[in-house]
Design a protein around this ligand. Structure first.
Ligand code: PLP
Length: 454
């Protein structure tokens, strides 16, 4: 590595996020310098198909000029304004109006933040506020799921079921954060247990937890329609149908974390639609702006909004907000993104190419390294196993997932290893031809990794 190079400066000064810092210290980082469509290039000139759309987010790929123009125009008109103290601006109002129009039924009111973490953090704060204002101060516990991912703030990392995001950070923050099992049927379904029976067992576990804690102490259940950071895990058949009546019975709010699934990822506008979820609150981010600007939204019902009004009267003001929440440039980019989704029928496109994507990856079920392939729309997970017959996983020390990820990178494909689960969420604009290329590169990577793991 040359002294004074970009890579040397990176090693000396840049603390990478969600990174094995030791490995970074030894190997440095891949620095990406430009993008075009579903492809990106690194500073060494290597080209990759970005089969993760960055972090499950760059839905329109890496070169949508209309979004650049929307940001530029808004910067010239009004580069910044806030939404505190009864002030505001047109882009945030128009975006709130648009989101309320396309949201699942009953979610009429919108709060803006900059990230998915902040949206979920705001949801947690509002849930506690709501129960205080409605005279139920004991109803505060929150249920997440093992391997769920809801963000990195102190509260959302506590809610997430990701041990490495809690260890040594003194999290979870309080005993208000509870977790139920991970609904990965392939990995945790018992021999002879059908998918429906597995869902019934998951629901029974939830019911037992509520009985143990007391329903009057539990405020909300958070769920991603498809678990992303857990390894692209689609819910088993009947899962949400079984869970929702239990929540309703105990007046426990359902929060749909649509940070990954929102805006077409699962083949419907919302993952909630795909899986029949009827959330009381919904969080979204990422594909809201195609990730060209940082923006997230929390959508709430009239019932919860009424409590905010009541609390504001009681306390003199609604005491919550972010300087950059609803930033006009981000909102203008979001409005343009949603316009592009409609004009180009992105949802129709996802449905048209999804069979090629799921069948293309489905072929890898035959591969000796692969135990399971699951997916919906344009999100899929490939689970690696040491032994297909017994489903025995590789020992953690084998780093099988990481080896596949690295071999794929050498073959010009960016995927994400989450343990031994390989996730795919390409930009929603990917074509069938590009899906074919993606699968060919995955085969090259998988074969190369297998040679080393045998
Ligand atoms: N929720 C889900 C489902 C996510 O996948 C993520 C990030 O990947 C988050 C929340 C956190 O979003 P952010 O990284 O924008 O804070």
């Amino acid at each position: 590595m040359r002294p004074n190079s970009l890579h040397a400066a990176d090693l000396a000064h840049m603390v990478h996020q969600q990174t094995d810092l030791d490995a970074h210290g030894r190997e440095g980082a891949v620095l990406i310098s430009r993008g075009e469509g579903v492809r990106v290039w690194d500073t060494e000139g290597r080209e990759y198909i970005e089969a993760m759309a960055g972090l499950w987010c760059a839905s329109l790929g890496f070169s949508e000029r209309r979004l650049a123009k929307a940001a530029h125009d808004q910067m010239l008109a009004l580069p910044y304004y806030h939404t505190f103290f009864q002030k505001g601006h047109e882009p945030s109002v128009r975006l709130a109006e648009k989101l309320a129009a396309i949201a699942p039924e009953g979610l009429e009111h919108v709060l803006f933040q900059c990230s998915g973490s902040e949206a979920n953090d705001a949801a947690i704060k509002l849930i506690w506020y709501y129960n205080n204002v409605t005279g139920r101060p004991q109803k505060k516990k929150l249920i997440g799921r093992i391997r769920g991912y809801h963000g990195n703030t102190v509260a959302t990392a506590s809610l997430s079921g990701q041990p490495h995001m809690q260890a040594d950070f003194d999290l979870p923050l309080t005993d208000r954060f509870l977790h139920v099992s991970n609904p990965n049927y392939y990995r945790f379904g018992e021999t002879g247990e059908s998918e429906e029976q597995f869902s019934a067992r998951m629901a029974a576990e939830l019911e037992a937890l509520i009985a143990r804690e007391g329903g009057e102490t539990i405020a909300a259940f958070f769920a991603e329609p498809v678990q992303g950071g857990g390894g692209a895990i689609t819910p088993p058949r009947g899962y949400f149908d079984r869970i929702q009546p239990i929540l309703k019975k105990h007046d426990i709010l359902l929060v749909a974390d649509e940070v990954i699934c929102g805006f077409g990822r699962t083949g419907h506008l919302w993952g909630s639609e795909t899986y029949g979820m009827r959330p009381d609150m919904l969080t979204c981010a990422k594909q809201l702006t195609a990730s060209y600007q940082p923006l997230s939204a929390l959508l709430i019902s009239d019932r919860i909004h009424a409590a905010l009004l009541e609390g504001s009267r009681r306390n003199g003001s609604f005491g919550h907000g972010f300087t950059y929440g609803g930033h006009p440039v981000a909102c203008a980019v979001a409005l343009e993104t949603l316009a592009i989704y409609e004009e180009r029928d992105i949802l129709g496109h996802v449905r048209r190419v999804s069979p090629a994507f799921l069948e293309g990856l489905g072929q890898f079920r035959e591969h000796p390294l692969v135990g399971d392939v699951r997916g919906v729309g344009l999100i899929a997970g490939v689970e690696l196993v040491a032994d297909k017959a017994t489903k025995a996983p590789f020992p953690a020390a084998a780093k099988a997932g990481l080896k596949v990820q690295e071999a794929c990178e050498k073959a010009g494909l960016i995927v994400r290893a989450i343990g031994d689960r390989i996730a795919f969420t390409p930009p929603l604009i990917i074509t069938e031809a590009e899906i074919g290329e993606m699968c060919a590169r995955f085969r090259a990577g998988l074969d190369a990794a297998w040679a080393g793991l045998r």
